[in-house]
Design a binder for this molecule. Structure first.
Ligand SMILES: [Mg+2]
Length: 154
């Protein structure tokens, strides 16, 4: 089963709220871990995808990481999804992630999401690496991420 990583920005790549002087301040810590797992593709789940194209979002990252970014998740609130039966409205970001997996031939259970907002995921979601919004992705999260990836890589 292919593993895939879903990435939030605010509260992960920088503290939330973020200011101009600390925007993307945690990115080097994350990219360091991602380089240890060069086959792992990345999809953007951050709400930044509502404002900017994938190509533009990639420009915030180092080139070697950017080239592994293969998409953005669909918007739960998009009118195209109105007809869907029983979307899990309580866990909107998880729904968007699982929907992306279904659409792109990835298994809907073998993913990792890095995010600072637990209510968008089912309680105790084992796929969620929850960061603190106050700090973003920190040193301890590096080790948590390594463990999660190693446990799920085929
Ligand atoms: Mg966030």
């Amino acid at each position: 089963m292919k593993l895939i990583l879903f990435l939030d920005f605010d509260g992960v790549l920088h503290p939330q709220p973020c200011f101009q002087d600390n925007v993307f301040c945690r990115l080097p810590l994350l990219e360091e871990v991602l380089r240890e797992f060069p086959t792992l593709p990345i999809v953007i789940s951050s709400s930044w995808r509502e404002q900017e194209s994938l190509e533009f979002l990639k420009s915030y990252f180092s080139a070697d990481i950017a080239q592994r970014m293969i998409g953005v998740t669909p918007l739960y609130r998009h009118p195209a999804f109105d007809h869907l039966k029983n979307p899990s409205v309580d866990f909107e970001r998880q729904w968007e992630i699982e929907n992306w997996c279904d659409e792109n031939q990835y298994h809907a259970s073998n993913w990792i999401a890095i995010d600072d907002y637990a209510p968008w995921f089912e309680p105790e979601c084992p796929n969620l690496l929850l960061t603190s919004a106050a700090t973003g992705f920190i040193l301890e999260d590096q080790q948590r991420l390594r463990v999660m990836i190693k446990a799920r890589l085929p």
